[in-house]
Design a protein around this ligand. Structure first.
Ligand SMILES: [Zn+2]
Length: 202
């Protein structure tokens, strides 16, 4: 199922870079049925069940679609669920890992990384590290300048060009407690607030 109408509409939904919605690394080229047709045929032609992904993620997911004990999907649907509710980012290595909850790992985070293991392939973690480095550099420039608001444009550009969606980690999650971001909040609260607002829209 890959009619031109569906493909064009999904392409416009993922934006100009047309990145895969699962790994964010490769160009999306396939339409994935989030809930596989084999599990629920009624979802075969439902718009809300289409996700625009790269061939590698599509192949890995295939018919694998783990469910929890209530029958709810365990794979994160990035169009409906905030991945940071279930995953954490190691900013030194670019790796994503499942969150650790009270007494075990988050089951959605674990299942997603298990099925879509390419999310942590070296090319993807290197891409994340590259984006993280650019954030650090943009913040350094702001902190070193006497006119920080003029330099905010470069940080805003990093958020817009954040192909791996890590802005939310730094603005709204544990990444906000990293030294560099704490310093931005302390030394340039105006820039920090603008950064958080942009990340919320991303
Ligand atoms: Zn992918």
């Amino acid at each position: 199922m890959k009619s031109k109408v569906v493909v064009d509409a999904l392409k416009s939904a993922v934006g100009i870079r047309q990145r895969c919605l699962y790994c964010c690394d490769s160009r999306s080229a396939d339409v994935d049925h989030f809930i596989p047709i084999g599990i629920d045929f009624t979802k075969a032609f439902k718009w809300a069940n289409f996700i625009w992904v790269c061939p590698e993620c599509n192949r890995r997911k295939g018919k694998r679609f783990p469910l929890d004990s209530t029958g709810a999907p365990l794979i994160i649907d990035p169009t409906r669920v905030d991945p940071w509710d279930h995953l954490i980012l190691d900013t030194a290595t670019g790796y994503l890992a499942p969150r650790f909850l009270d007494d075990d790992f988050d089951s959605m985070g674990e299942a997603t990384l298990d099925v879509l293991s390419c999310i942590n392939f070296e090319s993807v973690t290197e891409g994340r590290k590259r984006v993280i480095r650019r954030y650090y550099e943009a913040i350094d420039r702001i902190l070193e300048s006497s006119d920080s608001s003029a330099l905010f444009a470069s940080l805003a550009r990093e958020v817009r060009e954040d192909e791996y969606g890590v802005s939310g980690w730094f603005a709204l999650r544990e990444g906000a407690t990293e030294e560099k971001f704490l310093q931005l909040r302390k030394d340039s609260p105006h820039c920090w607030r603008k950064f958080v607002r942009l990340a919320l829209q991303n």
